[in-house]
Design a protein around this ligand. Structure first.
Ligand code: BES
Ligand code: ZN
Length: 555
């Protein structure tokens, strides 16, 4: 096997880590995780084990002849080269993390819901696991793990794993980007037989209300694509600086509090992260160029869940919103970035995270579904999840498989290796949205969040004052609607809403909200000074991943 993941120093074709034993102290005062990771491995050839690290201080390596930390690469971090003893099948690395670790966010009490206790959480996708665990940080490698995590009194540690008082065990093999830990003042509330939610005490009631359909969602995916294979499915509500909407850590989805709208209108996020329990966590992209296998399949399954639970009209609205956003984003992308199988040479894999893998990927699957019929496509997907369960696959593996099972449904090479949307793509339609577009609305009492979003995005030359007077967008409590409105307000220079922009950008850290607003602000001189002033205050509270993004915009 060739070295195929360009985002890892490791050589899993020569030596393969199979199991990790973590033992870590969580030190909030120094913002450091310190302890050890024992790696159990299969030897295939040679004595040199190469691990990925970023910013780790290595204290010693047990059961090794020698070790050496190489020079750091700005994207990949530093290789840790360990010379194994003859025949040795494990090593133990004693290490500590850097306070600036890219995969950790350490929060002071004022940045939490409860304001009294600090909070720590990890975000390992795409290549940040290496900033808190030395390992073969490639999705081509899967490991089981167990962990002992020591935390200060009064705080609780949770991991995406089986848990019993600060001891953790993950019996199913997972890629490193799915290893996750959080520590805070957390309370738990059951949602169903095998599901529940963790949140800070002030958030727990609202979270339990919002996520009440979780158990039904698990049942919906199982009915279509086979058993949920991870035991429990719990959610963890993070503080607002979490840079993503959600992260599908196995057994424990991490979620932004901005989905807690009070009316369950944004729970497509739960459907999405849950769907990853099949597409992504069970069948995993082997490299980050194959990321569309994770996200495109997941968006497809997410919409199928919405359709089963809330009906075709709701699923159609989400599909149209996605299709429109895809076009809007693609217009600003370079041609090579409009390709599903993206070339990431010399780039950070986080750069590939546009709507292309998500929405173009889902559109491809939708188009295949239309071509072969839903029944055949569902049987195909179910068999695909079975065939590749607990494996990591490339786009070529997917192509081999589908060409055998469903010959020539659509021009796959064009879809996957060429930019843009091929002719013959299915076009999603929403009757509800056609009514939204049919003139100034008179009866909006029953409008959903999705209709409001479509309404706002359909305004070519928005009459901001009239919109605000009639519908009070500046006061919206729904994060998606408020985001859309503030983005339009910045674009239009709508003065009455501008005072809300600073508070919004300082209170949330979700990159999807931050990035477009900062980009829009930077287009005018007044906007630039506003962006700099806001960012100057907000930056310290953003996640390292979000800082990299916004540094690139505001400078
Ligand atoms: N796995 C992703 C988040 C991610 C992608 C983290 C790439 C790091 C690198 C997660 O499943 C996701 O797609 N989240 C979306 C929400 C979803 C409803 C589309 C997000 O965070 O916006
Ligand atoms: Zn996803």
């Amino acid at each position: 096997m060739e070295k195929m993941d360009i985002h890892s120093w490791s050589r899993p074709d020569l030596l393969r880590v199979r199991h990790v034993e973590l033992d870590l102290d969580v030190n909030f005062a120094n913002r450091v995780l310190a302890g050890s990771a024992a790696l159990h491995l299969d030897r295939i050839s040679g004595d040199e084990l190469i691990l990925d690290t970023r910013g780790l201080a290595i204290r010693s390596v047990d059961n090794a002849a020698s070790y050496e930390l190489g020079a750091p690469d700005p994207i990949l971090g530093a290789p840790l080269r360990v010379e194994l003893l003859p025949g040795a099948t494990w090593v133990r690395i004693h290490y500590s993390t850097s306070p600036q670790a890219s995969g950790l966010q350490w929060l002071d009490p004022p940045q939490t819901a409860g304001k009294l206790h600090p909070f720590l959480y990890t975000q390992s996708q795409a290549i940040h696991a290496r900033s808190w665990i030395p390992l073969q940080d490639t999705p081509a490698v899967r490991v089981t793990f167990d962990a002992t995590i020591r935390v200060p009194n009064g705080l609780r540690a949770v991991m995406g794993a089986e848990m019993s008082d600060n001891r953790f065990r993950m019996p199913q093999p997972v890629p490193p980007y799915l290893i996750a830990l959080a520590v805070g003042n957390l309370e738990f509330r059951a949602l169903g037989e095998r599901s529940g939610v963790y949140a800070e005490p002030p958030m727990i009631d609202a979270a339990a209300y919002e996520f009440a359909d979780t158990e039904a969602m698990i049942g919906a995916v199982e009915a279509m694509y086979g058993p949920y294979r991870w035991g429990r499915y719990d959610l963890l509500v993070l503080p607002p600086s979490f840079p993503f909407g959600g992260m599908e850590n196995p057994r424990l989805t991490f979620a932004t509090p901005t989905v807690i709208a009070g009316d369950r209108s944004l729970v497509s996020l739960v459907a999405h992260e849950l769907a990853h329990s099949w597409s992504g966590n069970l069948v995993t992209n082997a490299t980050w160029s194959d990321f569309w296998l994770n996200e495109g399949f997941t968006v497809y399954v997410e919409r199928r869940v919405l359709e089963r639970l809330y009906g075709p009209a709701r699923a159609a609205m989400e599909a149209v919103l996605g299709r429109r956003q895809l076009d809007a984003e693609m217009a600003g992308l370079r041609e090579p970035d409009r390709i599903l199988h993206i070339d990431l040479s010399g780039r950070d894999p986080d750069d590939g995270c546009t709507l292309v893998p998500y929405e173009k990927g889902a559109l491809l699957l939708r188009t295949i579904e239309q071509a072969v019929g839903r029944e055949r496509f569902d049987a195909f997907l179910r068999a695909y999840f079975d065939r590749f369960a607990f494996q990591s696959i490339t786009t070529a593996d997917f192509l081999d498989y589908i060409r055998r099972e469903l010959p020539n449904p659509v021009p796959l090479d064009e879809w996957i290796f060429r930019p843009g949307i091929p002719a013959g793509a299915t076009e999603p339609h929403s009757g509800a949205f056609e009514r939204v577009e049919s003139g100034w609305p008179t009866d909006t009492a029953a409008w959903s969040t999705q209709e409001w979003l479509h309404f706002l995005r359909s305004q070519d030359l928005p009459d901001m004052a009239r919109l605000d007077r009639e519908f009070h967008f500046t006061e919206s409590r729904n994060s998606e609607i408020l985001f859309q409105w503030l983005l339009m307000a910045v674009k239009a220079g709508y003065e009455p809403a501008l005072p809300q922009v600073g508070p919004f950008l300082k209170s949330v850290g979700r990159r999807k909200f931050l990035k477009p607003i900062y980009i829009e602000l930077m287009k005018t001189p007044e906007g630039q000074s506003m962006a700099r002033a806001i960012y100057g205050e907000a930056r310290a509270g953003y996640h390292p991943i979000a800082r990299v993004t916004i540094d690139g915009i505001v400078g």
